[in-house]
Design a protein around this ligand. Structure first.
Ligand code: NAP
Ligand code: GDD
Length: 368
């Protein structure tokens, strides 16, 4: 234990809280790490070995010598590997675990159903078992957060969806998340784990993966504006989503683990728009009229079964946790388009300075 593990408050010395995050290199994991570090936590994260860099969203911590390997630690592991999970828990001795790691792409889950079930379903079981075994061995409680998803509502049984709405998943991803959700509830009821599920509706940001529809659109808007890209290929424009800002949603995860009793909560804005409306808002905000001039429909982006609409009722989270989203859909569009206009401007400058020919096809191809 070093002085980094303690903090002073009113003349008293306290131990810092320790959090362990799976999926720390993803969109939510990186925002959650920022949030917990700002609250004075020591943060440990699980990263996968990769042949290329997969920590770009964490560079601001890795490049900060005040933080890296002092209050922010990364460890290699995989959700498919129980040993790596248990060892990391023993090593980091966390007060809180946030299980965010997943194969999180719905379309890809149709191509890789077994892998998705293994990571999103059995991977969750690995973490829950490791928490249970650790608690039994050391008698120390670990609070557990499970990243459940509105995708579990699938073919929605009521509008809007709340905690009591029955699940009807429409993809291997949704099915795996339902399994992981029920496992978490079962470990809470069977072994008394302080385990909570956040049923989060879609949430986006400038750190959103570029194959999810909102980011795919805002990246294209920036590049089209700069003349780097001519066309944007998309699938179903009619589906409706309740889109919020990821930075707001990680606060809700933390709030769940600060409650005396574990429980499950819907986290959503309560506003729903279509993919087409998101397109129009993004193009118009950038000053590009007529998105139809650029957008082409490609059947490869359609899913074998679609989730037509998702709209969340987060009354419980607002009343019990005191959680409220701060960013609405227009604020989200502005934040993402502003960010991606700047990224595209930098890309354009590189082309300009290196006199490299612009190959718009390079930006138009994506697999999911
Ligand atoms: P994301 O950006 O796709 O991040 C997923 C994370 O999981 C990445 O860090 C990824 O590592 C890691 N991961 C993937 N396979 C793994 C494996 N086999 N072992 C260990 N780690 C693995 O997803 P996100 O948007 O941040 O979402 C976080 C969680 O919330 C996910 O569980 C997702 O299903 C769930 N969720 C998301 C939303 C949403 O709208 N964003 C809504 C509801 C629920 P690499 O960086 O190496 O790929
Ligand atoms: N990805 C993608 N790419 N989606 C497209 C495209 C495209 O080119 N064209 C249309 N869409 C439609 C999809 O068919 C879907 O109806 C909608 O846009 C949103 O797709 P995604 O952004 O891929 O998100 P998602 O709703 O399927 O899943 C996300 O939200 C879930 C919560 O509801 C993911 O983050 C999941 O991990 C998360 O659980």
């Amino acid at each position: 234990m070093t002085e980094m593990n303690y903090f002073l408050n009113g003349g008293n010395l306290y131990m810092k809280k320790i959090a362990f995050i799976t999926g720390i290199s993803g969109q939510d994991g990186s925002y959650l790490a920022d949030f917990l570090l700002s609250k004075g936590y020591i943060v440990h994260g699980l990263i996968r070995r990769s042949s290329s860099f997969n920590t770009s969203r964490l560079e601001h911590h890795i490049n900060n010598p005040e933080v890296y390997n002092k209050t922010f630690f990364l460890h290699y592991g995989d959700l498919s590997d129980y040993n790596s999970i248990y060892q990391m828990i023993e090593k980091s001795q966390p007060n809180e675990i946030y299980n965010l790691g997943a194969q999180s792409h719905v379309r890809v889950s149709f191509d890789m159903p077994v892998y998705t079930g293994t990571i999103d379903g059995i991977g969750t079981l690995h973490v829950l078992e490791a928490v249970k075994c650790y608690q039994e061995k050391y008698g120390k409680q670990i609070k557990y957060y499970q990243a459940s998803s509105s995708e579990m509502y699938g073919k929605v049984q009521e509008v809007p969806q709340k905690e009591t709405t029955p699940f009807y998943p429409r993809s291997p991803y949704g099915c795996a998340k339902v399994y992981a959700h029920h496992l978490t509830v079962n470990y809470r009821e069977s072994y008394g784990l302080h385990a909570s599920c956040g049923i989060l509706f879609n949430h986006e940001s400038p750190r959103r993966g570029e194959t999810f529809v909102t980011r795919k659109i805002t990246r294209a808007v920036g590049r089209i504006y700069q003349g780097l890209q001519k066309e944007l290929y998309l699938g179903n424009l009619d589906s409706l989503r309740d889109w919020g800002y990821a930075g707001d949603y990680v606060e809700a995860m933390w709030l769940m683990l600060q409650q005396k009793t574990p429980d499950d909560y819907v986290i959503a804005t309560g506003q729903m728009i279509s993919v087409k409306e998101f397109l129009v808002k993004s193009f118009e905000y950038a000053g590009l009229k007529n998105y139809q001039d650029y957008v082409k429909i490609d059947s490869k982006y359609f899913r074998p079964a679609e989730v037509d609409q998702l709209l969340g009722d987060s009354t419980k989270a607002r009343n019990v946790l005191g959680w409220n989203p701060k960013v609405n859909i227009d604020g989200l569009v502005k934040m993402m388009v502003d960010h991606d206009m700047e990224l595209a401007r930098e890309e354009f400058m590189i082309h300009h300075m290196t006199k490299r020919k612009i190959d718009s096809k390079k930006y138009e191809i994506s697999y999911s």
